[in-house]
Design a binder for this molecule. Structure first.
Ligand code: HEM
Length: 221
């Protein structure tokens, strides 16, 4: 066994990888990738959470550029998850996933990830802070959309909120197609959800009022 380098010590390489199944324990081709993507997702949500928290505090203190940066950086992390989900779609065959599913066992679902849930709750609560920013600056969202306000930092913030929402929905769509590709659109998930459940869950923007405002602009006078 080679001596542990400072790099290995710092990242706890051996420890992290010890949480992955060994080659001879894998029940099917692609299981390493499936387990790996699930584990990576937890790392990524763990990085997204502090960014969203910081975006919120920066909105509260009026540091809009930093709030924008945090939202954009967190959005990029969701894109990474989308890419990994798409990779799994190409990598995993339904028959291989069937074997994996048996070893996961009933009830085992990412739906129970506390980090995924926290990221969602925190993001939804961002909207109140966004509204407060507009109130404080006496700008209506409509003015930002129509270009009647030249508050460029607020326009950037509004776009960053939309981008963040979009990147989350993009993962939701990729996940939905992964589900179609692995278990079909009728099979019940390990926690009891079908794709109908997922479609219902995903039928909600994170910031519905933001998107609704666009309808307002196009409503008949
Ligand atoms: C590879 C095959 C996969 C299948 C067949 C699958 C299937 C499902 C199903 C059926 C649900 C609904 C709840 C349930 O009954 O479990 C669900 C929820 C969920 N899955 Fe997956 N999934 C897969 C991979 C992934 C991956 C790689 C991720 C990580 C990005 C992920 C993230 C989630 C999340 C976050 C939820 C909760 C959704 C919500 O309630 O908002 N899944 N999955």
């Amino acid at each position: 066994m080679p001596e542990e380098t400072p790099y290995e010590k710092y990242i706890h390489g051996d420890k992290i990888l010890s949480f992955q199944k060994k080659e001879d324990e894998l029940v099917s081709d692609g299981e390493r990738d499936f387990q790996g993507v699930q584990q990576e997702s937890e790392f990524i949500w763990n990085r997204i959470i502090p960014m969203i928290r910081r975006a919120e505090t920066r909105m509260q203190t009026g540091d809009i550029p930093e709030a924008v940066t945090m939202l954009e950086q967190a959005a990029i992390l969701w894109s990474g998850l989308t890419t990994k989900t798409e990779e799994l779609l190409w990598r995993l065959w339904p028959g291989d996933f069937l074997k994996i599913r048996k070893v996961i066992g009933a009830g085992g679902s990412t739906a129970d990830s506390p980090r995924y849930r926290e990221a969602e709750v925190l993001a939804r609560s961002l909207y109140a802070s966004y509204e407060q920013v507009l109130e404080k600056r006496r700008v209506a969202m409509k003015q930002l959309f129509t270009g009647d306000s030249e508050e460029s930092d607020l326009r950037l913030l509004t776009k960053a909120m939309m981008l963040y929402d979009y990147r989350v929905q993009e993962l939701n769509l990729a996940h939905l197609y992964l589900v179609f590709a692995e278990i079909g659109d009728k099979t019940v998930g390990l926690k009891g959800g079908t794709t109908d459940y997922l479609i219902k869950r995903y039928g909600q923007y994170l910031f519905p009022k933001l998107w609704e405002e666009i309808n307002e602009i196009y409503r008949e006078p």
